[in-house]
Design a protein around this ligand. Structure first.
Ligand SMILES: [Zn+2]
Length: 191
């Protein structure tokens, strides 16, 4: 079983940060058939930051200076991607300079485009800076003028089961009086 093989390879440690907590398989994208050659064992903290569901914490990744020397290519690829995302940090830029990947591996590492992405991730937040998630309930903190509609979106209106507008962290969608409207996150707070 792949998980057992990965645990053997890594001595049951996260192959990126060496944590032994909440370990799971990470298939290094793009992959089709998960195997030891394209998967690594990582912890939930690393996974969330790699997959951008949590903000990146540069301190967490300083250990890459050691773990990037892994002989295993998928570990090298993810280390290279994360160092690239952190390239504004001097330590990360320095390590990136000395991390040598052969041509084929470098090509794989570049495939996701992560190396060109900013380190920080933007999330949907309410007017108080509290993070919003799909399905949340929010309350309007301002009476909204919904153009071309008779909807009354008054201050204090509760909007259940919101949707986050992809690619725009300043907007959510919610239903008021049965109609879906776009609402600016600065006009609401988490209910
Ligand atoms: Zn980890």
């Amino acid at each position: 079983m792949l998980l057992d093989d990965l645990k053997n390879r890594s001595e049951s440690q996260c192959e990126l940060c060496r944590s032994s907590e909440n370990l799971d398989i990470y298939e290094v994208p793009p992959t089709s058939n998960p195997s030891l050659d394209n998967s690594i064992l990582i912890c939930s903290v690393c996974k969330a930051q790699i997959e951008k569901t949590e903000q990146i914490d540069p301190e967490h990744w300083k250990v890459l200076a050691e773990t990037m020397w892994s002989e295993h290519l998928p570990v090298q690829v993810v280390a290279w991607r994360m160092l690239s995302r952190l390239r504004n940090e001097a330590w990360a830029a320095n390590n990136l300079d000395i991390l040598y990947l052969d041509d084929e591996t470098l090509e794989w590492a570049k495939k996701t485009g992560d190396h060109e992405a900013e380190a920080t991730v933007e999330f949907h937040q309410d007017s108080n800076g509290t993070r919003l998630f799909e399905g949340d309930t929010v309350v309007l903190i301002k009476t909204l003028d919904v153009k071309g509609s008779s909807i009354s979106a008054k201050l204090g209106t509760v909007v259940k089961n919101i949707r986050l507008v992809p690619d725009n962290t300043e907007q959510i969608e919610g239903k008021i009086e049965g109609q879906t409207i776009v609402i600016l996150t600065k006009y609401l707070r988490k209910g």
